[in-house]
Design a protein around this ligand. Structure first.
Ligand code: ADP
Length: 476
């Protein structure tokens, strides 16, 4: 089947979180299974033009937002650096600026709705004009959430799948903003209880199939956990159109034997390099060279639901018990200030690297002993999977995809440490269990090896997507 895969971010071109990792790896795995996947994404100014050969296809067109026409030009990566064809939608007004969704200090752009309306209308135009030949459209998150409804409004008989990477972000837009969209679509839109529209809920209503990125999170949605009444009604109405498929990881890029971002390579057969990476990480972080102390790592968007309110309450105590911490992240200024304060209070034991830093993220995966992910909820989570592969023991809250992918250490079984509730006590207790086991080097090594030997590649999950695609194939 010819699949058009629409995503607002795609690694290695543009990334703020896990969506980009999925969009940068799943299409390649699907192509191995025979699906002709093409990815389409905006051409952001931030995409490093010196790394990729991105050229115009000379395909141009225009779409209307309200009565105003906006031009687009389609670009492509002629080298297919990611391993699959990728098209970029260029428009200077909407995408030529620093940042994907926010300014460098974390403020969302005021015109994000218009930006992603435009992107979706371009996709619609490319299909209506038969510039792209598509058997199935795979949409991801709210930036592409109106496309299933647009197809139906325009009577385009192409099935659509919508993948929920995060239910928190709806892409709400007002009634006034909706007037920028085609009238046929507006007739189909429903209001939320706050008197606005949700692109996410529209996608849930209109897509032929919906999935989220782990079976556990799908189950939580179907139980209404953390959902407002209105959202829950939409999820219930989706019924068995909703399923869960756990994310895989790009095992070529996240590979401690070959990772170009880390100074010392290692494998489950020879772990020596891991300790050298720890030394390097402590050094780069300006921490004391305490190689025999447990080092906790964390890489995250700085948002409340990643567990920061709990983390802030345990660090003092844990530092006194011998723990060391390296944090990397950007986002909420209040969280950033809290982490800065901790790093100033314990300059030798706690480090906070502010910003988005891909090489450092890899060094943290390679150099830390334990990876912290005490998220309040987590649709899938990827860092716990990278951690398993890097012999860095995940400590996670037992929620969504985290509970699906990490199991509690017990004798010679299990791959990590789980909090059974989102509380400070559970976090503290899991950290203490981790620090106790760290003092038993043989058992610790066996735990590392169990995780490293697991296979979290995309192969089996891509097979599930492939089956989902086939189940929607229209008879021609
Ligand atoms: P989410 O999609 O909710 O942000 P995931 O765990 O699914 O969470 O994916 C996050 C991805 O973004 C991971 O690949 C992680 O390493 C990366 N990431 C997050 N923050 C940073 C940062 N500050 N620097 C580098 N990589 C980051």
């Amino acid at each position: 089947m010819k699949i058009l895969f629409a995503s607002a971010e795609v690694a290695p071109y543009s990334k703020t979180g896990g969506l980009a990792d999925v969009a940068g790896a799943l299409p390649g795995a699907l192509r191995q299974l025979g699906d002709e996947v093409t990815v389409i994404t905006p051409l952001y100014a931030d995409i490093d033009k010196t790394k990729f050969t991105i050229k115009s296809t000379n395909i141009r067109g225009s779409v209307l937002l309200g009565s105003e026409p906006y031009q687009y030009e389609l670009y492509e990566d002629v080298d297919r650096s990611a391993g699959f064809p990728i098209l970029f939608v260029k428009n200077s007004k909407w995408f030529d600026r620093t940042g994907i969704y926010t300014t460098p200090d974390g403020q969302g752009f005021h015109d994000n709705n218009q930006r992603f309306f435009f992107y979706q209308l371009v996709i619609l135009d490319l299909i209506k004009q038969k510039i792209l030949d598509v058997d199935l459209l795979h949409c991801n998150d709210h930036h592409t959430g109106l496309l299933p409804a647009l197809f139906k409004a325009e009577e385009i008989d192409i099935p659509s799948i919508f993948t929920i990477h995060n239910f928190l972000y709806h892409g709400h837009f007002s009634k006034d903003e909706s007037l920028l969209l085609p009238a046929h679509l507006v007739e189909r839109l429903k209001f939320t209880q706050w008197d606005n529209h949700s692109a996410l809920l529209t996608a849930i209503d209109e897509a032929d199939a919906i999935n989220t990125v782990s079976p556990g999170y799908a189950e939580e949605l179907l139980q209404g956990i953390d959902l407002d009444v209105n959202s829950y009604a939409h999820v219930l109405a989706a019924g068995d159109r909703l399923s869960g498929i756990v994310n895989g990881i790009d095992i070529g890029y996240w590979n401690p034997e070959k990772d170009t971002h880390i100074p010392h390579h290692y494998s489950h057969e020879d772990l020596a390099g891991k300790q050298l990476n720890k030394k390097e990480l402590l050094e780069q972080s300006g921490l004391a060279p305490d190689l025999d102390r447990p080092l906790f790592g964390l890489i995250s968007r700085l948002v409340e639901n990643k567990g920061f309110p709990l983390i802030m309450k345990v660090v003092n105590d844990m530092v006194k018990q011998g723990a060391r911490f390296v944090f990397l992240g950007s986002g909420d200024p209040a969280i950033s200030a809290g982490l800065t304060e901790l790093s100033l209070r314990y300059p030798e034991w706690v480090a906070f690297h502010h910003g988005y830093n891909e090489p450092l993220a890899h060094l943290i995966e390679a150099g830390a002993d334990i990876f912290l992910m005490p998220s309040r909820f987590e649709p899938c989570g990827l860092n716990q999977l990278y951690s398993l592969r890097y012999g860095t023991i995940p400590l996670v809250n037992a929620t969504g995809g985290l509970a699906d992918t990490v199991s509690e250490v017990e004798d010679d079984k299990g791959t990590g440490f789980l909090m059974q509730a989102y509380t400070v006590e559970e976090l503290r207790s899991a950290m203490l269990r981790a620090m106790n086991l760290y003092r038993e080097p043989e058992r610790w090594k066996a735990l590392m090896l169990r995780g490293m030997r697991q296979d979290w590649s995309w192969e089996s999950s891509a097979g599930e997507y492939h089956q989902l695609y086939q189940s929607l194939e229209r008879a021609s």
